[in-house]
Design a protein around this ligand. Structure first.
Ligand code: G4F
Length: 314
């Protein structure tokens, strides 16, 4: 049987790297879109074939899709750090929002039979209208990032309904792991735990410790993304564990794993609070679970995995 071909935007990111691992294991030919920067893009897997294009540039995206002729397209690329979206709202809207429309147009005109996955986000739920959040829960974004993700979500639904594209969204709750960027709160905590345990640092200054998130493992979530695209009909699915913890509870578990009391080391600085916070997220992934998916890594194992990986870093 001919190899399936996948195209991933955001292949250099945390989720993109796990997805590339999964698809290569499954025998896919994996192509990735990278933005030109002065330092060359790094991917973990040399088997991934890289193509230069930008979510802000229609012709470059169209050309990559035309050349690769993918069976599956995973649109994971975005300006994904929520605080930056207040500093750069227009850029965030352009990449995280309009970038989705450009990817869909590239597929529609150059490879309309390809199956398309959009990385929608639980940030769309923002100031939550109900709990837990499911596919039918209304959106109420609380940041320019969340607003851009709402556009990306609805333009994907619209492409499905207007043109019959096989376009699906995974409304992904916070996904974490040792490959998480160091600016996100979980990795900020686990890198600090390792530094404090090794005597290199004394204190960790964070923002809001009461915010609650439904944290899952990126390795589990990419299985869900792949499964979503194997369905005969395109649709939207929540990807979540169904368990929520506070930032403080994450700290408690992470410090305890190396025998430390987090209250001696963690300080909350109100000047680091966001202009508008998403107080609590909790996902209801029953629709996805009905397809056979379930998360394998629970909260405690995730925290330990991340702390252990950071302890091993030089
Ligand atoms: O780790 P965070 O920066 O993730 P956030 O904002 O929930 O967004 C992440 O998850 C979304 C899915 O829901 C993705 F769409 C998005 O791209 C990204 O991956 O912050 C989590 C919480 C927030 O409530 C924040 O206020 O942690 C709180 N927090 C407290 N102190 C902090 C800090 N966040 C960061 N980044 N740094 C802090 O020092």
């Amino acid at each position: 049987m001919a190899l399936k071909r996948a195209l991933i935007s955001g292949v250099t990111g945390q989720i993109g790297s796990h997805l590339a691992d999964l698809l290569l294991e499954k025998g896919y030919e994996v192509h990735g879109i990278v933005r030109r920067t002065s330092t060359p893009a790094k991917v973990r897997r040399p088997e991934v074939k890289l193509h230069s294009a930008d979510l802000c540039d229609q012709s470059s995206l169209s050309e990559v899709v035309r050349v690769v002729q993918p069976d599956e397209v995973y649109n994971l690329a975005a300006q994904s750090f929520v605080p930056t979206s207040w500093q750069q709202p227009a850029l965030t809207g352009d990449t995280t929002g309009l970038g989705v429309a450009r990817m869909l147009e590239a597929v529609r005109h150059n490879c309309p039979g390809a199956r398309f996955y959009q990385a929608s986000s639980s940030e769309c739920y923002g100031k939550v209208r109900e709990s837990p959040q499911h596919e039918g829960t209304s959106f109420y974004p609380r940041s320019p990032y969340g607003a851009a993700k709402c556009y990306g979500h609805w333009i994907t639904v619209n492409a499905r309904e207007s043109y019959g594209l096989h376009a699906s969204s995974g409304i992904c709750f916070n996904c974490e792991g040792p490959r998480r960027g160091v600016e996100f709160v979980t990795r900020r905590i686990t890198t600090a735990v390792a530094a404090i345990k090794k005597g290199k640092q004394e204190t960790l200054v964070l923002g809001n410790l009461d915010a609650r998130r439904d944290w899952g493992f990126a390795g589990d979530y990419v299985q869900a993304m792949h499964l979503i695209l194997q369905q005969p009909k395109p649709d939207d699915y929540v990807i979540a564990t169904g368990v929520s913890h506070s930032v403080g509870q994450f700290c408690e578990a992470a410090f305890a794993h190396v025998g430390l009391d987090w209250r001696r080391h963690v300080v909350s600085d109100p000047t680091l609070y966001r202009p508008a916070e998403v107080d609590v997220l909790l996902g209801d992934a029953r629709k996805l679970r009905a397809l056979g998916w379930k998360p394998e890594v629970d909260f405690e194992s995730l925290v330990k995995m991340m702390v252990d990986a950071d302890m091993e870093m030089p």
